[in-house]
Design a protein around this ligand. Structure first.
Ligand code: APR
Length: 187
């Protein structure tokens, strides 16, 4: 685990399973249908039970699909977390389709939605680096840089946690962390 304090917010990064996190909210790497899928999405719906899908269906009825870069919120069902923030990352198409901006939007809009709901702690998985094939080295810099900039600009979060599913992913994020968080470099 690595940790850094930015203003009044603790930023943590660790190897773990997003479904076990004890933060007030966890973030789901969803798709625009909000109807579930594989990877993190499948794991969250399995662990959280049917209540989450029920609320996703209500959101679909009200506002339709969730475009890439945007985020919606449901309860956490049977999870430890009280809330799930569902965001949709970009599908990697080679890098010329606004993928980087959309990925940054996904992190930013998730954190904005957390603050709007007075949520004090949030855990993220590595959005878009699985089925959506975003190169993880680049995604790590965007994730950590966007979270850092958001924390600097906004008060109210006690903790933001980045949860990597494998030691290998953690090592890649760690090298981005050393550059972006420790050395305070731009994304
Ligand atoms: N906890 C934390 N991280 C996890 C977990 C878990 N339980 N399960 C998988 N991961 C990691 C993967 O190893 C990967 O690094 O999450 C990262 C993101 O992978 P995906 O879940 O495939 O998410 P993404 O690339 O954003 O693709 C989204 O996948 O199933 C769908 O409905 C989802 O269509 C959407 C697409």
């Amino acid at each position: 685990m690595v940790q850094s304090i930015i203003g009044k917010t603790r930023l943590q990064m660790l190897v773990g399973d997003i479904t076990n996190q004890d933060t007030e909210a966890i973030v789901n790497a969803a798709n625009p249908t909000l109807m579930g899928g594989g990877g993190v999405d499948g794991a969250i719906h399995r662990a959280g039970g049917p209540q989450i899908l029920k609320e996703c269906k209500e959101i679909r009825k009200k506002q339709g699909k969730c475009p890439p870069g945007e985020a919606v919120i449901t309860s956490g069902g049977e999870l430890i977390a009280d809330y799930v923030i569902h965001t949709v990352g970009p599908i990697w198409h080679g890098g010329n389709s606004n993928e980087e901006e959309i990925l940054a939007d996904a992190y930013r809009n998730s954190l904005t939605l957390a603050l709007k709901n007075k949520i004090k702690s949030v855990a993220f998985p590595s959005i878009s680096t699985g089925a959506y094939r975003f190169p993880i080295e680049r995604a790590a810099r965007i994730a950590l840089g966007t979270i850092r900039d958001f924390i600097r600009a906004n008060q109210g979060l006690n903790e933001v946690r980045m949860v990597l599913y494998s030691q290998q992913d953690f090592e890649i994020y760690l090298s981005a962390w050393e550059d972006i968080i420790t050395n305070n470099r731009d994304v």
